[in-house]
Ligand binder design. Structure first.
Ligand SMILES: Cc1cc2nc3c(=O)[nH]c(=O)nc-3n(C[C@H](O)[C@H](O)[C@H](O)COP(=O)(O)O)c2cc1C
Ligand code: SF4
Length: 663
């Protein structure tokens, strides 16, 4: 008997039955090889099917060569996908899971940089993110597009998939661009009033169904609303679209999502976007199409929330992308009363950042896209049990200790502070990023299931480790640099000099701010040289405490790294609404009591800013590798995480996992 009876009840989807109400919504994996699936794809999807999900919609696949934002897109219109569909279908069917393809076209929301082709759109309105002026589709080209959807459906059937989810209406993609009067200025049969703007979608749905017949599932993915953006379609518009599509009698379900590239946090809301943020709009769509199964998505992170939404009738299926990236075993754990051991999706959006240049990754699930080597069931017991000392209880040390202990080693974990968690614990002190603490909370809770001996408040010396252990893993982290130089002045970094005045009492590091160790006056200037998220974390933390914050960067943009995790827009909006001022293209020249002198990086002009009570430096970290070097040659020792070189949480956990498996 499960605690979640609605979640684990079957559901009829057209001609097929899903074993439960959990639906893995589509997400790019970037595991693509030559516009086709790879073996890694089979492992990726099979892992989620094995973890208990009822239905999987695979990643969006191109219906035409003009839709290729990065190299890694599958060509759903190419018959070469068929043998791989068969492999995938067989792999997930073993676990009684349904598998669908998701044909789509991005329209203007892309660039022609990779494929060297013009970007397609209904009218010449560029996307705010890619800013490429699109080619206005001729009726002949629209015919090619429709044919792409037809071929995609045909090959899905030939490949033995369970069906097709027509994509491109949601997220502001090409069919959505036809639907919205803001982006469709045509006066032919595809533009003008509501019916004409919807006609292309209906034509594609009709032709898709003609290909699949009634034995396969056909669904559509729509928005619940586009977000609070100029010209966006509202929930009312989408409800009408859903009703009209349902009236055709040709679709078996409707999957609801949100947002366009004008406000991407409505698509995949990063923390602090609340759990279930798309439930309300989805429930209104459900009410308009009571006869069809409706899928809700958007941080549906806990079985309690899923059960509650199903019980309320707001949706019939619970859609999850990141929830299952972070923990493919989520369904089985929820079903078997082990919900406490679910590795939570903390909304860090490293997954989105990762796919810009490489295969999908998760900030704290190292097995993502590496399922064959690191997935469920690959952790084997050791033949020779060793006594292992891990020094440092941040994410790298925690992950090493956990993995090594799970394999059967006897592990002692030393942490000099009174708490585990390292820098993640500090970031988690900010209200905005409190959820990130779930990364280390989960590791700590898992550690509690092992026999790891945790020694808190214990600053370990090299001499203590020379005997009594077969291996030592150093995970001693890093310390913020406080010399004040920007990386534009490399000669100054190593020579021990400092920017004049940064040794004053009122100059601090972000770490000192978040630890609550710094006395910070009301007016604060943060200087950033990294382009990373940390300066914004500190800025929001201080603004939330009523400090007037100015964030200065020597870069042309504040924290450009956030573009990859897709939360740059929402973070800027939040920061600016909290009153945080941005100054770009300036570095720190001097601090004189409460005057900060900035230097324009292009002209060299010195600009004094008076009445600054506190200065916070974000100029990178130095690896704390002294213990590692003291032990080298005396005991078997390795280093992981920031003490090798200060990087991201992802790298720390990744290296901890590899070390834990290698010992
Ligand atoms: C890395 C990533 C890639 C995505 N790619 C797609 C896609 O190809 N097609 C699609 O319909 N949605 C895509 N999405 C959106 C998800 O399907 C889902 O609607 C969204 O992430 C919200 O659900 P979640 O909070 O469970 O992640 C993607 C999401 C992520 C995180
Ligand atoms: S990287 Fe963050 S947002 Fe993405 S799946 Fe992992 S925990 Fe969730």
């Amino acid at each position: 008997m499960t605690d979640y009876p609605n979640l684990f009840s079957p559901m009829r989807i057209g001609p097929k039955t899903a074993k439960n109400r959990i639906w893995m919504t589509a997400h790019s994996t970037q595991l693509v090889k030559d516009h086709n699936f790879s073996d890694a794809h089979v492992h990726y999807y099979a892992e989620r099917a094995k973890g208990g999900v009822g239905v999987i919609t695979m990643e969006a696949m191109a219906v035409h060569p003009t839709t290729q934002p990065y190299k890694g897109k599958i060509f759903a219109f190419d018959k070469a996908v068929v043998p791989n569909y068969r492999k995938l279908a067989a792999a997930v069917r073993e676990y009684d899971c349904l598998l669908l393809a998701q044909p789509w076209h991005r329209g203007r929301e892309t660039s022609g940089q990779v494929n060297r082709l013009p970007v397609w759109a209904p009218s010449s309105v560029p996307c705010a993110v890619y800013r490429e002026m699109p080619h206005v589709l001729t009726e002949e080209e629209i015919g090619e597009l429709v044919q792409g959807y037809v071929l995609a459906a045909r090959y899905a059937v030939e490949g033995d998939l369970d069906g097709v989810e027509v994509h491109g209406l949601a997220h502001g993609y090409l069919l959505g661009q036809f639907l919205s009067p803001a982006t469709n200025h045509r006066d032919d049969k595809y533009g003008g009033d509501f019916d004409r703007r919807l006609s292309l979608v209906l034509e594609i749905v009709e032709k898709t169904r003609a290909e699949t017949g009634r034995d396969k599932i056909v669904g559509v993915r729509i928005n619940g609303n586009d977000g609070d953006v100029p010209g966006g379609l509202t929930n009312e518009h989408w409800t009408r679209i859903a009703r009209t599509i349902a009236d055709t009698g040709l679709v078996d379900y409707i999957s609801v999502t949100q947002g366009t590239y004008l406000e991407r946090m409505n698509i995949y809301g990063a923390t602090p976007k609340p759990a279930g943020f798309q439930v309300e709009d989805t429930a209104r769509i459900k009410a308009a199409v009571p006869e069809l199964p409706v899928v809700v998505a958007g941080r549906m992170n806990t079985p309690e929330l899923a059960e509650q939404v199903l019980a309320s009738g707001g949706a019939d299926m619970i859609g999850m992308a990141r929830t299952l990236i972070a923990d493919p075993e989520w369904p089985n754990k929820a079903r078997d009363g082990k919900a406490n051991s679910i590795r939570p999706c903390v909304g860090a959006n490293w997954c989105l950042a990762s796919i810009v240049n490489s295969p999908l990754a998760c900030v704290h699930n190292p097995a993502v896209a590496r399922e064959a080597e690191l997935g469920v069931g690959t952790l084997l017991p050791v033949e020779t049990v060793k006594r292992v000392a891990v020094v440092g209880g941040g994410p790298a040390g925690l992950r090493t200790a956990l993995t090594a202990a799970q394999r059967g080693h006897h592990v002692t974990l030393f942490e000099q502070e009174s708490e585990l968690g390292g820098q993640v614990r500090l970031i988690g002190r900010s209200e905005t990023y409190a959820e990130w603490q779930g990364i280390t909370d989960w590791l700590i809770s898992q550690l509690g299931e092992t026999s790891v001996d945790v020694k808190l408040g214990h600053r370990v010396e090299a001499t203590e480790l020379l005997s009594g252990y077969d291996e030592v893993v150093v995970a001693t982290g890093s310390t913020p640099l406080k010399h004040g130089w920007s990386s534009l002045r490399p000669a100054s970094w190593g020579d021990g000099t400092i920017v004049p005045g940064v040794d004053q009492w009122n100059v601090h590091s972000i770490k000192e701010v978040l630890e609550g160790k710094a006395e910070i006056g009301p007016r604060v200037m943060i200087f950033d040289d990294t382009g990373a998220r940390q300066p914004l974390v500190a800025a929001e933390y201080l603004a939330d405490r009523r400090h007037a914050v100015t964030l200065v960067t020597r870069l042309p943009q504040v924290s450009p790294d956030l573009e990859a995790s897709r939360d740059l827009q929402s973070t800027y909006r939040r920061a600016r609404n909290k009153g945080i001022r941005f100054i770009t293209d300036h570095e720190l020249a001097e601090v004189v009591e409460d005057t900060v002198v900035l230097r324009d990086v292009w002209t060299g002009e010195l600009v004094p800013h008076e009445d600054v009570d506190a200065v916070v430096l974000s100029t990178g970290n130095r690896a704390d590798d002294a213990l590692f070097h003291a032990l080298r040659g005396s005991v078997p020792v390795r280093a992981v995480g920031d003490c090798v070189s200060p990087r991201r949480v992802f790298n720390a956990i990744w290296e901890g996992e590899l070390a834990g498996r290698d010992i």
